[in-house]
Design a protein around this ligand. Structure first.
Ligand SMILES: *[C@@H]1O[C@H](CO)[C@@H](O)[C@H](O)[C@H]1NC(C)=O
Length: 247
């Protein structure tokens, strides 16, 4: 069922890096669904939360975008980048699939960096990198970001090709949140002191590119104990071609 989106993903990948091997269209939706089922149980979320058809079953984020607000020294390998920043705890659960094999990619470093609750980037806080485990999932604790004036509310993400920060980057992009979640959390303190210009999802061309032609780059949110102020879990699956280099 996801054949058409994968065909587009493959075409986009081939178009972006002529050095990359040509990919034949491949539907990884079954493998992605199995991965998604397995990853929910460990959070102890109630069974009603567990469903196989996440909207982001397979996601090659589009387009590749330059690393902005990026400070290499800030990408320390650690699985908790919250740094005592005020805000709603967000446990990012980032699955990485190799779209050339449909297999989860283990030991693959995922970097994230985002602004704080009032939409300000710091050189060190809320930045870090962590490798995927045996299940192909990198779990990184952070906080729900505040919006910036340069696009719809998002977290920046980079996926490396291997197990250290020195390996090449195979994907740079943004993962987004629904306007609804940004609205709800944005009414709480200190998010409600954000003075940046709010850009709604559909008013951001990067959001539109990342969520069209079969791409989905919206983080799927679950509330811990059905109560978001206690924290939320954010699921996203990223399909990458590890031989692609986008540094
Ligand atoms: C992550 O760091 C924050 C402080 O920034 C701390 O409150 C929280 O307990 C840490 N999480 C874990 C699982 O240790």
């Amino acid at each position: 069922m996801h054949f058409s989106s994968l065909a587009i993903c493959a075409a986009a990948l081939c178009g972006m890096a002529s050095a990359a091997p040509a990919l034949s269209a491949r539907d990884c939706s079954a493998e992605a669904a199995a991965m998604n089922l397995a990853r929910r149980a460990k959070r102890g979320l109630s069974p009603r939360s567990i469903y196989p058809n996440m909207p982001n079953e397979i996601c090659v984020l589009a387009p590749e975008i330059p690393k902005t607000n990026y400070v290499r020294s800030g990408s320390v390998v650690r699985n908790n980048v919250s740094d005592g920043q005020a805000g709603v705890q967000l446990f990012m659960d980032i699955g990485v699939l190799d779209i050339t094999t449909c297999k989860p990619l283990t030991n693959t470093v995922v970097e994230i960096w985002s602004p704080n609750a009032v939409g300000k980037y710091s050189n060190t806080a809320l930045r870090g990198a962590y490798p995927t485990g045996a299940n192909g999932i990198a779990e990184i604790q952070t906080i729900f970001p505040g919006f910036t004036s340069d696009g719809a509310n998002h977290i920046n993400i980079a996926v490396h090709s291997g197990d250290s920060m020195s390996t090449t980057t195979s994907h740079n992009g943004r993962v987004f949140f629904t306007d609804g979640w940004t609205n709800i959390i944005g009414m709480s303190s200190p998010y409600n002191q954000n003075t940046n210009t709010r850009i709604m999802d559909l008013d951001d061309p990067i959001y539109i590119d990342a969520n069209s032609n079969g791409y989905t780059a919206v983080v799927d949110i679950e509330e811990i104990n059905d109560d978001w102020p206690e924290g939320i879990v954010g699921y996203i699956t990223v399909g990458i071609n590890p031989s692609l280099v986008v540094n």
